[in-house]
Design a protein. Structure first.
Length: 329
């Protein structure tokens, strides 16, 4: 099967049946071009619980090998802890399956680089960086990279979430499985958003990080530079009382801002909602579009490496209290 061939109904396996898998299932059901035919989770009750919610009652496999032995599969959506991604992505693609993998793509630079190299041929591989599909991020990217508002002068990012209480006793509070805590997990979406919108990677970072009583990093504040010497400031607060996210791109002739789940423009002393918005999508729909050849690869594996490099540099700076230079791909 080639990427240009149309699939009447995509036959999908879900690998990892926790909370995020249910979001992907909802998107797959809403899209209508895919059907879940297999489930696997190392915690079998989690797979059984997900199965109980699905009308077709797909089979629950006892192992990844058993799942992949099912010859009717077309694709897999991987929703497991980061430390399992590398082997699972390779196993699925080795069986000819297209793969949508949750972020981060893998837990080491070498593993990410290998997956990128291998993705140059064979089945589709996408990362579930959902902000690349959201209307406000797509519109912000279009406007910033159009140059119509002048060159970028500075970028600020603020991410807050009641993340810490939810991770107690889970794999997300284990640094051997979830490197970087809130910054590497939920924060990777936001870091990718900065690079996606501006088209620029980071060159250096100085950060303070805080575990706040957990085993992994919960909060961070950082000052960084993007290519061209553009200043980037970031705040990650994983023990906040609500979910919130702001991304401001300050250009020479206007300030373009994502806040309160909307896109705003500031100019001539006034701030107002921005019109002419791009359409809304999601990683599952974009993944299927790409498989069918009706849409571009919006979140290819290549985008995972700058996020990983920046995250590692930020964490290293937090540990050493030193300015860390990022060499890039």
């Amino acid at each position: 099967m080639t990427s240009s061939e149309k699939i009447r109904v995509l036959r999908v396996a879900i690998i990892g049946c926790g909370q995020i898998s249910r979001l992907h299932v909802q998107r797959l059901q809403s899209d209508g071009r895919g059907r879940i035919v297999g489930l696997f989770d190392s915690n079998r009750p989690a797979a059984e619980a997900l199965r109980s919610l699905l009308p077709d009652k797909p089979a629950v496999a006892g192992s990844l090998e058993e799942l992949l032995a099912e010859s009717s599969l077309d694709a897999a959506i991987i929703c497991t802890p980061t430390s399992a991604h590398f082997e699972q992505v390779r196993a699925c693609r080795g069986r000819g399956l297209h793969v949508l993998c949750e972020k981060p793509l893998a837990d080491t630079r070498d593993c990410i680089s290998q997956l990128i190299d291998e993705s140059h041929s064979g089945p589709q591989l996408s990362v579930a960086y959902q902000r690349r599909y959201w209307s406000r991020y797509r519109t912000l990217r279009r406007e910033v990279q159009s140059g119509r508002w002048g060159p970028v002068r500075a970028v600020t990012l603020r991410s807050v979430e009641a993340w810490q209480p939810a991770i107690t006793g889970t794999w997300r509070d284990d640094p051997a499985i979830n490197f970087g805590g809130f910054i590497a997990d939920a924060g990777s979406h936001k870091i990718d958003g900065v690079f996606y919108v501006t088209g620029l990677n980071a060159t250096e970072v100085f950060a303070h990080t805080y575990k706040c009583g957990s085993n992994v990093e919960i909060c961070a504040t950082a000052s960084a530079r993007l290519e061209g010497g553009i200043p980037l400031s970031l705040n990650f607060i994983g023990n906040a009382q609500y979910l919130g996210e702001d991304l401001h791109v300050h250009c020479a002739d206007a300030d373009l801002m994502i806040r309160d789940e909307g896109l705003w423009i500031g100019r001539d002393g006034h701030v107002e909602p921005f019109g002419d918005m791009e359409g809304e999508s999601n990683p599952v729909t974009g993944f299927i579009d790409c498989i069918e050849g009706s849409g571009p690869a919006v979140a290819p594996p290549d985008c995972a490496l700058p996020v990983f490099d920046f995250t590692q540099a930020l964490l290293e700076s937090g540990r050493t209290r030193q300015l860390i230079t990022i060499s890039g791909p």
